[in-house]
Design a protein around this ligand. Structure first.
Ligand SMILES: C[S@@+](CC[C@H](N)C(=O)[O-])C[C@H]1O[C@@H](n2cnc3c(N)ncnc32)[C@H](O)[C@@H]1O
Ligand SMILES: C[S@@+](CC[C@H](N)C(=O)[O-])C[C@H]1O[C@@H](n2cnc3c(N)ncnc32)[C@H](O)[C@@H]1O
Ligand code: SF4
Length: 443
């Protein structure tokens, strides 16, 4: 049933009304269940930041001025084009990431959501996340994003120590971040996440754990812990290279992570993924789609990634798609072709299975038999891993579990997933090469 007056009042207003009534209804398209192949998550990239943080090598630009009307038009156009090419009829979540999307105007966010709701079915209770930097997200602005249709906020808090924030080149203080967090919780109760970094140069375990404990007094139901990765080309990398800052200590970082996840577990958080913790069921459904290898469309410049089968253009193979990096070039391409996709890489069946394995094992449920079967009906998880001596060793060490539910990491195994994959991926490749190929129809 469509919500009366939805189109006229816009998706955002409809979403708010529906949230108030706790009903699942929507705007464009039909609310009937769509098959997996017609559903997707949608990522929208806002490429601009106020200032370059010392550690960040994500694709972002520090512009003199932003032609926001032109950018808005292009984001809308590209979202419409990719929805058409993919043949996706139901968008289950939208994530505005960056860069710093809290610098975009709420009007732009509303325009993209309207376009999505007109080109597909966007249920009124879909998760719509916006990433916000504390320095560009006063309460009034957050409320305007809420009115535009955002219903989840991810705050880049990073640290609760002003000296560390300075080292990271952030434009906010710890008290700015806590103020933003309080305002966000008021507007999006139960739907606010914070990013906290660990393993910074010179950071001590006890001092970092005290930050985490302090954060527990203020946070909502979702926390992401990100270990600093020192990226070539960043200011922090140069400072460490030149000896101005101590090198990263991976053992200390591992201890912080280990003790941090224990603290969060005791505080009632479920570690549902390597870096992500939620309580009261506040898991991010958007990110869950990535880990479950669902379809997602990537809109916007600076390398937004997508993975989908271009059904609308007659395609049958899942493709990895990467957008043009530089925003001005991307805009030109969108104006000419309707999209700024720079690279399309068709994915082979084995490549898809490798992703299913590597992404699925990041989650606490791992790869279930049912999930695996959706991607590979002939070769079971037992066929692939059941007879391997190396895998048996990992099972005996208690790092992995293979049972009636499927394959997953244990609590002890999750932090060393990368090393487990060094055994599991070659095992998958070997089993794939030795499988009996399905008969060719008519052959
Ligand atoms: C790319 S940022 C975009 C969001 C927003 N601009 C911000 O800074 O909060 C998303 C998250 O990635 C994480 N991140 C960025 N660079 C990182 C690095 N070199 N190592 C670890 N985490 C990083 C930060 O925690 C950040 O909150
Ligand atoms: C590191 S995650 C942080 C998520 C956050 N902790 C949460 O729970 O919502 C978000 C960042 O990943 C990157 N990202 C996510 N999805 C992407 C996609 N489809 N294409 C390109 N970058 C993406 C963006 O830089 C975005 O700022
Ligand atoms: S961490 Fe966030 S604010 Fe800082 S440069 Fe990267 S994207 Fe921009």
């Amino acid at each position: 049933m469509a919500l009366p007056g939805t189109r006229a009042r816009g998706w955002a207003a409809a979403a708010q009304a529906a949230q108030r009534r706790r009903r699942v209804e929507g705007a464009g398209g039909s609310p009937r269940p769509e098959p997996e192949s017609r559903r997707a998550a949608l990522y929208v990239h806002w490429p601009y930041c106020e200032k370059r943080c010392s550690y960040c090598n994500f694709n972002k630009y520090i512009p003199r001025g932003v032609e926001e009307a032109a950018m808005r038009k292009c984001l809308v156009t590209e979202a419409q084009t990719l929805l058409r090419l993919s043949g996706v009829r139901r968008v289950e979540s939208v994530f505005f990431g960056g860069g710093t999307p809290s610098l975009a105007s709420p009007h732009t966010v509303a325009a993209v959501l309207e376009a999505v709701a007109q080109s597909s079915y966007l249920p009124a209770d879909s998760e719509v996340t916006l990433e916000a930097n504390p320095s560009s997200a006063p309460g009034s602005r957050l409320a305007a994003f809420g009115a535009a249709g955002v219903n989840r906020l991810s705050i880049g808090l990073q640290s609760l120590d002003d000296k560390e924030l300075q080292l990271l080149g952030r434009t906010h203080s710890a008290s700015d971040a806590l103020r933003t967090l309080a305002a966000a919780r008021h507007i999006f109760p139960g739907r606010v996440s914070v990013d906290l970094m660990l393993g910074l140069p010179g950071q001590q375990v006890g001092q970092w754990l005290r930050q985490l404990q302090e954060l527990l007094h203020y946070c909502d139901d979702h926390i992401s812990l990100y270990q600093l990765s020192l990226e070539r080309g960043t200011a922090l990398f140069a400072q460490v290279q030149q000896g101005a800052l101590p090198a990263l200590d991976s053992e200390l970082a591992a201890e912080m992570y280990q003790r941090g996840r224990e603290v969060l577990r005791q505080a009632g958080f479920r570690q549902y993924e390597v870096s992500n913790f939620a309580r009261n069921g506040a898991l991010s459904t958007h990110n869950w789609t990535y880990w479950q290898c669902g379809q997602y469309l990537g809109v916007g410049p600076a390398g937004a990634h997508g993975r989908f089968v271009p059904h609308g253009a007659g395609g049958h193979t899942r493709e990895a798609r990467i957008q043009t990096l530089e925003p001005d070039n991307w805009m030109k391409e969108v104006m000419l072709f309707g999209h700024g996709t720079r690279k399309r890489i068709p994915l082979g069946r084995l490549e898809i299975l490798e992703e299913v394995l590597a992404m699925g094992l990041r989650t606490d449920i791992g790869v279930t038999h049912q999930h695996w079967q959706q991607f590979e009906p002939q070769l079971t998880l037992w066929d692939v891993f059941g007879a391997s001596k190396e895998v048996k060793k990992l099972l005996e060490q208690g790092l992995l579990l293979l049972d009636h539910r499927g394959l997953r990491c244990s609590w002890e195994g999750l932090p060393v997933l990368d090393s487990l994959l060094l055994t599991l991926l070659p095992q998958l490749q070997e089993a794939w090469e030795q499988r009996t190929p399905a008969p060719v129809p008519g052959g």
